[in-house]
Design a protein around this ligand. Structure first.
Ligand code: NOJ
Length: 708
């Protein structure tokens, strides 16, 4: 048996890519290869045993993933699951940094050791398949690649056999896959052995207290992967099928997305891991000057509350007058965009069943699109075009080029797309003219979204995708792909029959859905109950928690989701939404307990100010936050937006306090969170003696930097 070892530390050189390929040509039925992360903590063993390829993962010697199989079943062709020999192996190490046009962290380090095994089947077909493993300090990624070859050209995948044999008896946070509402479910926590078929990202706590997240990176022209329970703690890749049951239609040369396992010693380490981005291709958009993170308001929440309608008629929300009102509000308060839903024809009747009726260029008569676009432009604001498709992608694609050209001419800079439809019900006409239904996250939709991203980029349009394919870090390659939904967002608080998102929901999202990429959660509701409109629903948080969500739930496009009049009622709290950036120099996690509480601090990009967001579930919590992230010897003013002492998400959700105090890096701040509450803080750098902030509601005297 041959054992080849890459010792990680040899690869550590700042800002330098080392490309050291060492082909080793031989053919063995059993062989074993070890790849170690640059810091030496993570180890992957890839081994061919009796012709079968498999891998294991350990962290500091502790088994994370036990021997797990690699391979495929094909349609009408022999499987690619055994009879393999290694014909060559290549190794290389990468240690570099790259800069994001926007993000949670401007400069991203990327360090890994890579092993590529060229496998060949020992039979008459002699088909080839490479497996490539990249081992980072924060986890691993691996993918399959099929080089160009005679006996494997066009082929169809019947099943991907990739296993994740989780060691011990870990527990997981997960949502069910292949259900009616795609990714829009509350997270469950169960032992891995009790998981049903689950979407990724699925987050796992090992018996020894390490945290993992299984997901995928760079999902292009391939179906989305779910995880099926294969008995005990064994999970197996479950690819989303086309409507005829085929999983993937491929043509060599090609490759799968990266299968990823992020690994961290604590839950916060998952949030600061950039593994998913690091496994995506670099930016392909040469000029990114038009891609700008920002904040927006919109004619949106009022529809979800039932105050106005998407459809035409006396309660139509997208009227010229109403839009002007939102544009004025946006301009006055420094917002970049105004989303208008229901502006285009097609909303009357059962729009989900009749998605092919939507026009993406024809406004309703009471919505003067050119005039409004100009009105917004003159005020330094841009309209955001809403493109709800009802999942009818053929209709959308037939209009896309013309619509995007129109939007560009009008100065529209972003589109919010939507694919409201259920389960495997997205209509597709097959090559025989037969109507079929597809899943939101199968290869058909993955291909569609790719076309939209590229068409939008050509017209300088940013994207916010609702009912998306889950993000997989493609925003690195296409930075106009700004944000997406892909989880239960704020809207569930307006109408969900189960009463909305429970207080723990937002304390789970940063460790699950948000690990995939930015989320358009649409925070910022101030009028937390709406008895006249929706007596059975409310927002299950305090007002201060709504503010903290701007820091906790990252999105480069963040909505201030409430109605202008509700912000007018709380100008002091609204100041935080006006101030908070959506683009960050760096991000740190100061408290991370999945499902209990989370506190994150971020430094604004291009500035010295820090922002903190801390949130809790239904329990009150008192955190102690050392401000060691602040610059040493520098004076800051902490502008604090906190729950009032009597605040409670159920009985007194809008009780908050705005206060200021001087702080320094040596300060240890007490951060109290009410039941269902939160706290948002701007740490404003100042050389001047700190002045007390004038707060409309309550201003506390400036106090010396001590615990409270
Ligand atoms: C669901 C989206 O998540 C929501 O934001 C939008 O308002 C509706 N669909 C209508 O398109």
């Amino acid at each position: 048996m041959k054992r080849l070892v890459v010792r990680g530390r040899q690869a550590v050189f700042a800002c330098l890519t080392i490309f050291a390929t060492s082909p080793c040509a031989f053919a063995e039925k059993s062989s074993e290869y070890l790849v170690v992360s640059p810091d030496g903590a993570n180890e992957v063993v890839v081994a061919i045993r009796a012709g079968q390829a498999g891998y294991e993962v350990r962290r500091r010697g502790e088994p994370i993933v036990n021997r797990s199989q690699l391979g495929f079943e094909l349609v009408a062709a022999p499987a690619l699951d055994g009879n393999f020999v290694v014909v060559a192996n290549h190794r290389r190490s990468v240690d570099e940094t790259w800069e994001q046009p926007w993000g949670e962290q401007r400069v991203v380090p990327c360090r890994y050791n890579e092993l590529r095994l060229e496998l060949q089947q020992q039979d008459a077909l002699a088909r080839r398949m490479d497996v490539v493993f990249r081992v980072f300090d924060d986890g691993i990624g691996f993918r399959y690649e099929w080089p160009e070859q005679e006996n494997l050209t066009q082929f169809q995948v019947a099943a991907e056999l990739t296993e994740f044999a989780m060691a011990g008896e870990p527990s997981a946070w997960w949502i069910p896959a292949f259900q009616r509402e795609h990714y829009e479910y509350l997270y469950r926590r169960t032992p891995v052995s009790e998981m049903e078929c689950a979407h990724t990202p699925a987050t796992i706590e090992t018996p020894s207290g390490a945290f993992l997240c299984i997901h995928e990176a760079a999902l292009v022209d391939y179906p989305g992967m779910a995880l099926k329970n294969a008995g005990g703690s064994m999970l197996r890749a479950e690819l989303t099928p086309w409507s005829d049951g085929v999983k993937a239609i491929l043509s060599a040369p090609c490759h799968t997305p990266w299968r990823t396992i992020q690994i961290a010693d604590d839950a916060g380490g998952l949030i600061t891991s950039r593994l998913i981005l690091n496994l995506n291709e670099p930016n392909r958009i040469a000029d990114t000057s038009w891609i700008k993170p920002g904040k927006y308001v919109g004619i949106w929440w009022e529809m979800h509350l039932g105050k106005s309608t998407w459809s035409s008629g006396p309660t139509h929300g997208a009227t010229t007058a109403n839009t002007q009102r939102y544009v004025d509000f946006a301009a006055k308060n420094g917002f970049d965009g105004v989303l208008v839903e229901g502006w285009n024809t097609g909303w009357d009747g059962d729009w989900i069943a009749q998605g092919d009726q939507f026009s993406f260029t024809q406004p309703y008569p009471d919505y003067d699109l050119p005039q409004l676009a100009a009105y917004a432009r003159e005020r330094g604001v841009a309209l955001i075009a809403h493109n709800e498709t009802g999942g009818a992608v053929e209709n959308y694609e037939s209009q896309m080029e013309e619509a995007f050209a129109l939007y560009e001419r009008l100065g529209i800079r972003a589109i919010k797309t939507g694919y409201v439809n259920f389960a495997d019900g997205l209509p597709r006409t097959d090559s025989k003219g037969k109507k079929r239904g597809e899943w939101h996250y199968g290869q058909y939709l993955v291909r569609h979204h790719q076309r939209v991203i590229e068409a939008a980029a050509r017209r300088h349009l940013m994207l916010d995708v609702h009912e998306p394919v889950k993000p997989t870090g493609l925003c690195r390659t296409y930075p106009n792909l700004m944000t997406a939904e892909g989880a239960r967002g704020q809207e569930y608080n307006a109408w969900s029959p189960d009463g909305g998102n429970p207080p723990e929901h937002e304390t789970i999202l940063p460790f699950t859905r948000l690990l995939a990429g930015p989320m358009d959660f649409t925070p910022g509701i101030f009028a937390l109950t709406y008895p006249e409109l929706r007596p059975d629903n409310c927002v299950n948080t305090t007002l201060a928690k709504q503010l903290a969500l701007y820091v906790v739930l990252y999105s480069p496009l963040q909505m201030a989701a409430d109605l202008p009049e509700n912000y007018a009622a709380h100008p002091d709290a609204f100041q935080f939404i006006r101030d908070v950036p959506t683009d960050w120099e760096e991000t740190r996690v100061v408290e991370a307990r999945i499902g209990d509480c989370v506190a994150i601090v971020r430094r604004e990009r291009g500035g010295d100010d820090w922002y903190l967001g801390a949130i809790t579930d239904e329990r009150e919590r008192k955190l102690s936050v050392p401000l060691t992230f602040l610059e040493v010897d520098r004076q800051y003013v902490a502008e604090i937006y906190r729950d009032a002492d009597d605040a409670d998400w159920q009985s007194h959700p809008t009780a908050y306090v705005v206060e200021s105090r001087p702080v320094r890096s040596v300060t240890v701040l007490g951060v109290r969170l009410a039941p269902g509450g939160g706290q948002a803080i701007r740490f404003r750098a100042t050389e001047d003696p700190p002045a007390g902030k004038t707060a409309a509601r309550e201003t506390l005297p400036v106090r010396p930097p001590v615990d409270r």
